[in-house]
Design a protein around this ligand. Structure first.
Ligand SMILES: Cc1cc2nc3c(=O)[nH]c(=O)nc-3n(C[C@H](O)[C@H](O)[C@H](O)COP(=O)(O)OP(=O)(O)OC[C@H]3O[C@@H](n4cnc5c(N)ncnc54)[C@H](O)[C@@H]3O)c2cc1C
Length: 297
């Protein structure tokens, strides 16, 4: 199906894009990689009267290492993050970028667009919630910084005002002896996961000092499994503590039955994913190089 007719605007700067959003009102939408918006427009689930294209603004796509942080321009494509040596230093970021859909989608889709879309099945929000992540947003009133936990409000709903955009995403580098892993179960590459688990651990020998566990696609937003984190924090990472964490993660998940599987199936699946992700995160935290790819049915 073709989208409904719309007016196309090419923004020359992010400030100009904000001004256009404010001038054109609720009928206007930003266009980044178009990998969520264009399919929705073709299905006529989204019918914006005006599209403001961000693709021709220079300086919006970058990955920079600075002051113990990684900075991502909002228009940085998933594929650029997949290939980035800086991003590979935080392996959970590489797990995420490399596992999104297929090459075509990764070459166009952007990290800023993915977070702004807040699709409950999207990968980036789940992964970035295991790290110290902030979104730098630009609006008519100027700039503000929003932690990711406050940015994602609900399914397809963020803290952005209508005339506000994501300019940059910053991720603080995890402390030494930290390791993370992101694992999803997918029916095939170019579809969203059925369920996913992101785990970031800081280890001291075999004892877990800090843990972040976030579940994807099993709720309206990514779910932080705080009880599961508590089961690991301060404990030796062994069969007993991992079983407790897995059980707590299963309990925290709130999946809906759909074409990808029943709620019960997804409860079981998320437990298995958390278990494997803890194992890889622990080994990476202890210095082992572990390759990880999603599980495909
Ligand atoms: C076949 C297919 C499979 C996919 N599989 C996956 C998957 O497995 N995992 C996954 O995570 N994603 C998946 N995606 C989605 C993909 O990752 C998209 O790139 C992403 O969701 C949206 O990014 P985009 O740059 O394409 O944004 P767009 O589609 O251009 O925009 C999405 C929304 O965000 C808004 N927006 C865009 N940029 C900004 C900004 N800087 N500030 C404020 N608002 C902004 C737009 O107005 C729009 O409302 C898939 C897409 C397709 C087509």
């Amino acid at each position: 199906m073709y989208p409904r007719a719309f007016h196309y605007h090419r923004a020359g700067s992010l400030k100009e894009a904000v001004a256009m959003l404010s001038q054109l009102g609720g009928e206007a939408k930003l266009l980044a990689g178009g990998q969520s918006l264009i399919p929705l427009m073709k299905l006529r689930f989204a019918n914006p009267g005006h599209l403001i294209d961000l693709n021709f603004i220079s300086g919006t796509s970058f990955i920079k290492e600075e002051d113990g942080r990684l900075r991502f321009g909002a228009m940085t494509r998933h594929a650029e993050i997949e290939d980035s040596s800086a991003a590979k230093k935080i392996p959970i970021l590489h797990d995420c970028a490399a596992g999104i859909a297929d090459v075509q989608v990764r070459n166009r889709g952007t990290i800023g667009g993915s977070l702004a879309e807040a699709d409950p099945s999207g990968d980036w929000a789940t992964v970035l919630m295991t790290l110290h992540t902030e979104l730098h947003c630009l609006g008519n009133q100027g700039e503000r910084t929003v932690p990711i936990e406050e940015f994602i409000k609900d399914a397809y709903t963020t803290a952005l005002a209508h005339d506000e955009l994501v300019r940059e995403i910053t991720v603080r580098k995890p402390s030494p002896n930290s390791g993370g892993a992101y694992l999803a179960f997918k029916r095939c590459a170019p579809v969203y996961p059925t369920a996913s688990a992101a785990v970031q651990l800081t280890m001291e020998g075999e004892t877990c000092r800090e843990a972040r566990i976030v579940l994807g696609c099993v709720g309206l937003t990514p779910i932080r499994a705080k009880q599961a984190e508590s089961a690991l924090r301060g404990a030796a990472v062994n069969e007993k503590s991992v079983s407790a964490a897995v059980e707590a993660a299963r309990t925290a998940s709130d999946p809906q039955p759909d074409m990808r599987g029943s709620a019960e199936y997804k409860h079981t699946l998320v437990g298995a994913l958390v278990k494997r992700a803890i194992d890889v995160a622990r080994r990476r935290a202890l210095g082992e190089k572990v390759e990880l790819s999603h599980i495909y049915a």
